[in-house]
Write a protein that binds this ligand. Structure first.
Ligand SMILES: [Zn+2]
Length: 413
């Protein structure tokens, strides 16, 4: 077998041109929007330097807190130890000599910019591409991950980020290259898990991404992953109703089933379930095929049944029917996709669409619904539980990626 690092090198020469969008992808800094549409940004840092586009400059020595507000008058700043308001011209740049500071719950390296966007604030910063990869990886638990699974994950995350950046460039109206809200969110005071294992993995997989197509015209593969597929992944068509190049059929993932607990169950009472659905509808809108008077049923009738109407080939629920009734005669069925239902109820409650649901009664006036499911996440692409398990049994990075993305090839940027 050819070692994975060698494979990377041999496929490197022919395919560079289309991805050569930066001179050095490892150090190239990208403009990242890390918050958008906020009214207020609280800044906390040491030796802060604030300056705006009209060249108004302020320097604070020592520890300082600022509250920056955006509204239709512009950007207004107030220091915690002074009542005076300062009107700033957009954009307001804030730098700390100490190298970092805090903006709301995010950690800023060196500098960030507050931009007025309508009546709200956007927060933008610059980060090297590989640091974006690190920050994205920090969202996951990498501790128990064997090296080859960690490498596979990093190649995938790098591909995802590059795909977003290239998509963003196509739009090109924005003055940032990637929209990554909450990317630098502080977690127990720690933002970038720059542990040595992650750094070593970044180095091992340097510039490697997943691609499709011939060497002469490769394209970035649209990589997706999820926590646990419970035995079989799902195609984008079945999960989201749209196809994505390179995903042809579900992938069997038996390693997932033996790797640990994939079962979940939850019980939700009638009124709570209705409220969760109403909250979801507030967010995503009313499904187009529903009757105009849907609200009357949700507010006044009883929720009497939930059934799975259609399942896909990996046994995930696709369409559900939710039944409301005023009495035996006056009933109404509402169809909804299982993925919408899952989003409405919450991804921590309905962890996947592979579930069954049973209707029961708490009392004569209160129904309850018991959901029993397997797996976690949308089920498309790389299964993290499965990948970890394959890595533990000795599979190398390339074969792990090949298992879940048979159509994709690893190439170097
Ligand atoms: Zn799996």
């Amino acid at each position: 077998m050819i070692p994975y690092s060698l494979l990377l090198m041999t496929s490197a020469q022919a395919s560079l041109a289309p991805f050569n969008i930066w001179n050095d992808p490892a150090t190239k800094k990208l403009r990242v929007r890390i918050a958008n549409g906020v009214r207020q940004i609280k800044i906390h840092g040491i030796d802060l330097k604030l300056s705006d586009s009209s060249n108004l400059k302020l320097e604070n020595s020592g520890s300082t807190n600022w509250t920056i507000e955006c509204n239709d008058k512009g950007i207004i700043g107030r220091r915690s130890d002074s009542a005076a308001e300062i009107q700033w011209k957009t954009p307001l740049t804030i730098v700390s000599k100490s190298g970092f500071y805090q903006a709301n719950d995010q950690l800023i390296r060196e500098s960030a910019e507050i931009k007025l966007s309508g009546k709200f604030c956007d927060l933008l910063t610059e980060l090297p591409f590989e640091q974006l990869v690190t920050a994205k990886m920090a969202e996951q638990t990498t501790k128990a991950m064997p090296d080859s699974a960690l490498d596979a994950e990093i190649i995938m995350v790098r591909s995802q980020l590059l795909y977003s950046i290239l998509k963003q460039r196509e739009k090109s109206k924005n003055d940032y290259e990637i929209d990554a809200p909450k990317l630098l969110t502080l977690n127990n005071g720690e933002v970038l898990k720059e542990d040595y294992r992650l750094q070593a993995s970044l180095k091992r997989t340097e510039s490697a991404v997943l691609t499709l197509g011939p060497d002469a015209a490769p394209e970035i593969f649209q990589a997706h992953s999820h926590a646990s597929c419970a035995g079989k992944t799902v195609t984008p068509e079945n999960a989201w109703g749209r196809s994505i190049p390179g995903y042809k059929k579900p992938i069997a993932c038996p390693a997932c089933l033996t790797a640990g607990t994939v079962n979940w169950n939850t019980e939700i009472r009638e009124r709570e379930l209705i409220n969760l659905m109403l909250g979801g509808i507030d967010h995503t809108g009313v499904p187009s095929q529903w009757p105009r008077d849907w609200n009357r049923w949700f507010v006044r009738a009883r929720l009497t049944g939930i059934e799975i109407k259609k399942r896909d080939e990996s046994n995930r629920a696709q369409i559900m029917t939710i039944t409301f009734a005023f009495n035996e005669e006056a009933k109404m069925d509402f169809d909804i996709t299982a993925s919408t239902f899952k989003n409405w109820i919450g991804l921590d409650t309905i962890k996947s669409t592979r579930f069954t649901v049973a209707t029961g009664a708490v009392s004569a006036r209160v129904n309850r619904f018991t959901f029993e499911g397997q797996g976690q996440g949308h089920g498309v692409g790389l299964c993290q539980t499965g990948a970890k398990s394959l890595a533990s049994s000795g599979m190398n990075t390339e074969n792990i990626l090949k298992t879940y993305f048979p159509a994709a090839q690893i190439r170097k940027l």
